[in-house]
Design a protein around this ligand. Sequence first.
Ligand SMILES: Cc1cc2nc3c(=O)[nH]c(=O)nc-3n(C[C@H](O)[C@H](O)[C@H](O)COP(=O)(O)OP(=O)(O)OC[C@H]3O[C@@H](n4cnc5c(N)ncnc54)[C@H](O)[C@@H]3O)c2cc1C
Length: 449
Amino acid sequence: MSTAVAARDVAVIGAGAAGLAAARQLRREGHSVVVFERESLVGGTWIYTQNTEPDPLGIDPTRPVVHSSLYASLRTNLPRESMSFREYPFVPKKSGQRDPRRFPGHKEVLEYLKDYASEFGLGELVRFETEVNRVWRMGNGKWEVRSRKIGGKEEEEKDEGFDAVVVCNGHYSEPRIALIPAVDGWPGKQIHSHNYRVPEPFRNQVVVVIGSAASAVDISREIASVANQVHIASRSTSAEEAAMLPGYDNVWLHPMIERAHEDGTISFTNGFKIAADVILHCTGYKHHFPFLDTKGIVTVDDNRVGPLYKHVFPPSLAPWLSFVGLPYKRVDSRHIIGRILLPSQDEMMKDVEAFYSSLQKSGVPKRYTHNLSGYQFDYNDWLAEQCGCRKTEEWRRKMYSATSLNRQVRPETYRDEWEDQDLVLEAYQDFEKQISCKDVSLKLQNFKI
Ligand SMILES: Cc1cc2nc3c(=O)[nH]c(=O)nc-3n(C[C@H](O)[C@H](O)[C@H](O)COP(=O)(O)OP(=O)(O)OC[C@H]3O[C@@H](n4cnc5c(N)ncnc54)[C@H](O)[C@@H]3O)c2cc1C
């Protein structure tokens, strides 16, 4: 992501999808790259673990952190073709115990990311089981990175200087909780979806699920198979729409919770009241950079990480500090990370201010700053253009829309039934043009049969 042609020493924090892609491109540009990774393997979020945090709501800042928020049954909510890195298609593999489904389980995504890292020799750049504890800028403009081996002693901490730091630490680990009036006096249990793994603990319980995004949809349906009742509280349900979820006899949709009560009941804004055992917050995550000290230049304010030019560069620190992978509700810009020519610091700052003020004028809360819903492809294309890369493929755009529509029409079965087979064919034809890969050819042969 550097404007400079000279080789630089760059630290990348995190070896998830974003860190791997950033490391690959930086090395291609001739930089010397060290990727710091807490875990013992690449893949980030996609490394499933049964472990959960001792604080089920994830609000205790001293708690031991579990990075991944995956639940055991998770399958992707996007088709594998549209999750593909452009130069390394995510195609079904014949070998071993791979999951060939178009919307595969989480293990398959992890395998794909491991394959990606090994295809491009990225593992050799990664310092595994090494946690970054502090990153700060020295007087000479260089960045100091303090890291420690997991389980290592404080005196074994190591400080190293880098020209640039790319932050790719993920943004699905620090829970955001719904504010529920009087919940402190409510006697039930609360948990955030970050700590949800399997439905069994909810057997015979009355569960209130808050949220309406992908995790809330998946988890509430899964819990319904064992729970006594599931009540989904969602901003997107109006009082008039409150009803039983079609296809279920124990799941109800409600508008938001009004308050909790000391007698164990929860009341909703539609007047409905229920005695509940558990509140499950599927309410998303907060951006969190506990290791980053920019002397207040970059802050997180109501989940806006800023000021950031195009969600990547703090103008006064660019290009020496950058953030990759912040935007969400995106198809993904991972496939177009490359070199970008930056305008002046002043111009970048003006652009950021204009962007923030346009959000304010449209009444968009700060916490949705990095939500690119509705213009993610324009953003990707803009980035691609700056980097001299091809724009988003037409099939990728169309497939995203087709999947979103299919998810609405077939919320229960969209991962196994679809009508965009023509786009799948287009995707594979495109993959074949870019890369000669045995698995792509095999898949194309299947189309021809
Ligand atoms: C439940 C769930 C379902 C999802 N489903 C999909 C889907 O279907 N399709 C899709 O495209 N995306 C999905 N996503 C989004 C997914 O997070 C992204 O696709 C992508 O994997 C994010 O990659 P990342 O590299 O930004 O972050 P991560 O994958 O989170 O990687 C960050 C890495 O940084 C490391 N790290 C963090 N802090 C430190 C530190 N201090 N020192 C050293 N290392 C550190 C972590 O260990 C981790 O390996 C889902 C996310 C969640 C939570």
